[in-house]
Design a protein around this ligand. Structure first.
Ligand code: NAD
Length: 280
């Protein structure tokens, strides 16, 4: 049977480490504060924002919640970000995506001061990752690197295949694996002979956004399989991009859904906030 990578346990461990760090920083007079902005009341976004606020409270990070109405204009949102950029006591600014269609997400992301860009979506943060300079890294891929490292899985020299090239998962994932000296291939919807490519992988990252698409014929015997996907099936149960029951018997380690990659995203957001606060 494969090793089941326990994202819940690893994220809990990271949160404990951060809690201790925040307590020490408080003793030195440093307080950490995250501003969370939500526009409109999309139910999924409200759940994510609620979870982020809860994690902040647990670790000892202050959170300022800005719940703006759906009709908020882009100018109003940019003005709020400008105000938060100027507040020394705010270390991190997070705008919950997606935004209503009348607001340009790119303009909003660009407006956040890169020093407070705890989501790691600002072009300056992405550019820094690309050329190996310090900066905030997108939380989900950063969490996957932690899952691998804390499970004792070596990345250096390994064939790593990423399925998906989105700006928030696939591309930063590929760059992070490269930074860890993996030999990285990025695949996407136009890749030919996908199975041939994915079967080369020692470490396979599925961020394709299609429920249970990755069956065992995509996976080399003994590979490590990381499932980023989150979907609800016909019975309203969570599942990933990987067909877990089919794939688990052939791999050496695998992340479940739920309880794999998901919990790591918030843990890494908290990590970025603490980093932003300690650098102030
Ligand atoms: P996306 O839709 O932006 O990107 C999907 C990528 O998959 C695209 O680059 C596309 O080229 C590629 N793709 C689509 N069909 C393909 C096919 N048939 N063959 C090969 N490649 C194909 O999605 P995303 O934002 O990167 O998210 C991917 C998945 O991860 C989704 O299920 C999302 O819900 C989940 N997700 C989870 C977390 C988490 O915290 N666990 C965070 C972000 C996203």
């Amino acid at each position: 049977m494969p090793h089941i990578i326990d994202g819940k346990a690893i994220s809990a461990q990271i949160k404990e480490e951060l809690k201790e760090k925040v307590t020490r920083l408080k003793e030195e007079g440093v307080r950490i504060c995250l501003a969370v902005i939500q526009v409109g009341n999309d139910p999924a976004s409200s759940v994510y924002v609620g979870n982020k606020k809860k994690a902040c409270a647990y670790i000892g990070i202050e959170s300022l919640a800005y719940e703006l109405p759906e009709e908020t204009t882009q100018e109003e949102l940019l003005a709020l970000i400008g105000e938060l950029n100027g507040k020394a006591e705010v270390n991190g600014i997070l705008v919950q995506l997606p935004l209503p269609a009348h607001i340009d997400e790119d303009a909003v992301i660009r407006a956040i001061d890169p020093k407070k860009d705890v989501d790691g979506f600002h072009p300056q943060s992405v550019g820094a990752l690309c050329i190996g300079q310090p900066g905030f890294v997108s939380c989900t891929p950063a969490g996957i690197i932690q899952l691998l490292k804390r499970s004792g899985i070596e990345i250096a020299g390994k064939e790593c295949v990423v399925i998906g090239r989105s700006n928030i998962v696939g591309k930063p994932m590929a760059l992070l694996l490269l930074r860890e000296n993996g030999t990285v291939t990025v695949t996407h919807s136009k890749t030919r002979n996908l199975k041939e490519v994915t079967r080369r992988a020692d470490i396979l990252i599925a961020a394709v956004g299609r429920p249970k698409m990755i069956t065992r014929d995509y996976v080399k015997e003994g590979a490590v399989v990381i499932d980023v996907g989150i979907h609800r099936n016909e019975n309203n149960k969570l599942c990933g991009d990987v067909d877990y029951e089919d794939v688990a018997p052939v791999c050496s380690a695998i992340t479940p859904v739920p309880g794999g990659v998901g919990p790591m995203t918030i843990a890494m957001l908290m990590n970025n906030c603490v980093e932003a606060g300690s650098k102030r």
